[in-house]
Design a protein. Sequence first.
Length: 219
Amino acid sequence: MSQESAAPASAVPLEELSSWPEELCRRELPSVLPRLLSMYQHSDNWIEHIQILKIIVEMFLPHMNHLTLEETFFSQVLPKTVKLFDDMMYELTSQARGLSSHNLEIQTTLRNILQTMVQLLAALTGCVQHICVTQESIILENIHSLPSSVLHVIKSTFVHCKDSESVYSGHLHLVSDLLQALFKEAYSLQKQLMELLDMVCMDPLVDENDDILNMVIGK
């Protein structure tokens, strides 16, 4: 009996999950996903949040039924993901005025937040890429939470980067490399979102379609 099957899948540590082979992820999805979703909802640690999100997106999303993604994944994860992003953005903006070459603690804190935000955007890009690659046409209702959540993150990132000169009070050079990485990730996510929207097949019976597309295109 292998080590993986010797212990209940729902009790396997996160570090071990990230090294599971594809077939094991597919087989254990029903038992592992509820645990990961519960951990994601209840964790207060930003780093752990991103670790869980990356594991779900990279290891288990490919094995989920695309017809139930909204119900089983997006609607449960994306609201918390957006809140996490907003909390990080608030913390970033609040502490940015204290940034200086002499205050290494704030400098380290801000750089850690920016690195975490880059990883969050990369995980969202992974979600959108998965939809684009695995589906020839997309029914908006099946991914209802995804476009609006992604758009919110993209807009907030672009605004922060645009205002960075004033936000960081003359010390922009201390974090400019990570801000550039964040901007590039947001731009990549935007391109991926546009590709996804090009693939959307409208359901004439769902009035919400127009509202969502108008929101995305209009903004």
